[in-house]
Design a protein around this ligand. Structure first.
Ligand code: F3S
Length: 431
């Protein structure tokens, strides 16, 4: 791999042992991928803090938080002192909401260790955003900007909607990027890999958040790790999808498949035309998405659902925007949840502060719901005790939650989920 003089100096130890280990990791990682060089990044988004009893014991016996960072973020069994990050770094979601330890089944020791870990990460320079949607709370990279991000739903949004460039990185490569401002130049950092491989012809209206989730779920299943471009023959896609629609679409495609980049003709930045998105090449495959494909995606998402009685409604995957919280609060205003149902809504901490000030949190709580942060049920493996059936408005959460916790999942619109929360019964259906 070719290294610049600056990179060679870091590799040779000029900036201390942690940076040296980070460069060594990046060179090994890049060479394994066939990268010929590193690219500069000013934006890292990763899991940094520690939440497990194993990591707590590791810190106690091996040398504190530097030992945890060395092992889990630099892949170094040797403990090295960790300097401040060189790069703007945001923290992603974690395995529980520290503001709701009882609900999430977290003991005091684990909570205290997490808080110590959060202080350590903040001390190194991390922004404690604690969300899978950093792009809605201040981390908004620009078109062409090279990033090092983890979290599939954030990666696909970063690449596709913002036109920035990242692969789906891991904790270790992101840890190395924080200390060096470098990441291997391969995959979606390079122009030649950003053109569409699969063409999806729309033959049905795609309007609601639920519609965009269904389309994303269909596309992910079909193209797997390909790059889809969505197009309507002889017309445009329709009303431009807003942030919640694009967020749900990308998250669904990254769940049923491994989509890290998509193009919507006339909407996303690298698809002003179909020809441009395809880079002048023919697609490997042309897919049609019509009413039958839409219904099939809906039925697959509801395959685990059997009982109409539900015990739990979870909203906020990916983390809810303020607009979605406002909509949920409007649907809940003046109503009460059914006595046997719990409603948890997940959002970033910064958005919760806004919801508190805007009065939405009060409406949700008066109805009997809870606004939570930092995590979600799939990440935390936490649902209210006694949950057998869950109502969800997220294709991603409906894909993962039955597999992770063995619960039944009903997938539908936000309004159907709120109705289920207030009546205790699922009455949704594909319109
Ligand atoms: Fe975020 Fe959890 Fe969904 S971390 S994308 S809310 S699975």
């Amino acid at each position: 791999m070719h290294l610049s003089d600056e990179e060679k100096a870091m590799y040779d130890g000029r900036d201390g042992p942690a940076v040296q280990k980070a460069m060594d990791l990046l060179v090994r990682y890049g060479e394994a991928l066939g990268a010929e060089r590193l690219v500069e990044t000013r934006n890292v988004c990763a899991t940094i803090t520690s939440t497990t009893p194993f990591q707590r014991d590791f810190a106690q016996t091996r040398g504190g938080m530097d030992a945890v960072f060395s092992e889990f973020s630099l892949d170094s069994p040797e403990v090295v002192p960790i300097p401040k990050f060189k790069v703007f770094t945001s923290h992603l979601q974690l395995g529980f909401d520290p503001g709701q330890p009882e609900r999430m089944g977290i003991d005091t020791q684990t909570l205290q260790f997490y808080e110590r870990s959060e202080r350590h990460a903040a001390g190194l320079g991390a922004q404690i955003m604690n969300t899978c949607t950093p792009y809605q709370v201040g981390n908004v990279p620009t078109r062409g900007e090279h990033c090092a991000w983890m979290e599939s739903s954030a990666v696909v949004y970063c690449n596709s909607v913002l036109g920035a460039r990242t692969n789906t990185e891991g904790r270790e490569s992101c840890g190395a990027a924080m200390l060096t401002a470098r990441i291997p130049d391969w995959g979606y950092h390079r122009d030649e890999n950003r053109h569409a491989t699969h063409l999806v012809e729309l033959d049905v209206e795609v309007e609601s958040v639920q519609d965009w989730g269904l389309l994303g779920y269909f596309i992910g299943e079909q193209v797997q790790s390909g790059v889809p471009v969505v197009h309507r023959r002889g017309g445009d896609i329709g009303r431009a999808p807003n942030l919640p629609r694009l967020k749900h679409f990308g998250a669904a495609a990254a769940s049923s498949g491994g989509v890290e980049l998509f193009h919507l003709v006339g909407i996303t930045p690298e698809a002003p035309t179909l020809e441009h998105a395809l880079g002048g090449k023919k697609p490997m495959e042309v897919l049609r998405y019509g009413p039958a494909e839409r219904r099939a995606a809906y039925e697959r998402l509801n395959t685990t659902a059997r009982e109409a009685e539900i015990q739990y409604v979870m909203l906020g995957c990916p983390h809810y925007t303020i607009e979605q919280i406002w909509e949920a609060a409007q649907l809940l205003e003046g109503r009460r949840l059914h006595a046997d149902v719990q409603l948890w809504i997940f959002t970033p901490r910064a958005i919760k502060a806004l919801a508190d000030r805007s009065g939405h949190t009060r409406i949700i709580e008066e109805a009997g719901g809870v606004l939570m942060t930092d995590s979600c049920s799939a990440m935390s493996r936490a649902v209210p005790p006694g949950t057998r059936a869950v109502a969800l408005d997220s294709a991603k959460q409906a894909h993962y939650l039955p597999a992770i916790l063995g619960v039944q999942a009903w997938f539908g619109s936000t309004a159907e989920c709120i109705e289920a929360a207030c009546t205790g019964r699922w009455q949704g259906g594909l319109k």
